[in-house]
Design a protein around this ligand. Sequence first.
Ligand code: FES
Length: 168
Amino acid sequence: MQLVQPANHREFSLEHASEVVEEFRGQPSALINALHKLQETFGYIDEAAMPMLAKLFNLSRAEVHGVTSFYHDFRRQKPGRFTIKVCQAEACQAMGSEALTDAIQKHLGCSFHETTADGMFTLEKVYCLGNCACSPNIMVDKQTYGRVTEKSFKTLTSALAAKASGAK
Ligand code: FES
């Protein structure tokens, strides 16, 4: 079983965020790039970065908020060490993804768009991972796992949590 590396994002600070996006100063069209860079660094876009971005790009805060909320890839909350996406599309549904989803939510103790209490896993939906022949599928960060069962999910998440604990 191939395991992805746990995310190791830096703690957000406005000072560090300003340094991260400084390279985009004077480039009015680079807001999206700056948001990506912030998310890569901290794992999400902290609310406190909004006024700084507005000032840097000479935009209103509402405009920065608008862009951040329009693109669903941008997170507004700190994610877990791993992001798990459970496929909800047709082929996976036909192979039991609904029951698998229920079992996953019960096992993790969280719903979609939430993070486990220990900060380890964030749960998201996805619609087709292009691996329909091996349904039902999940994706952990950028790694796809096919023919997932409740049992294999528990084994996988235990292994990931152990890996993350060892990597602290
Ligand atoms: S429907 Fe789930 S991978 Fe295609």
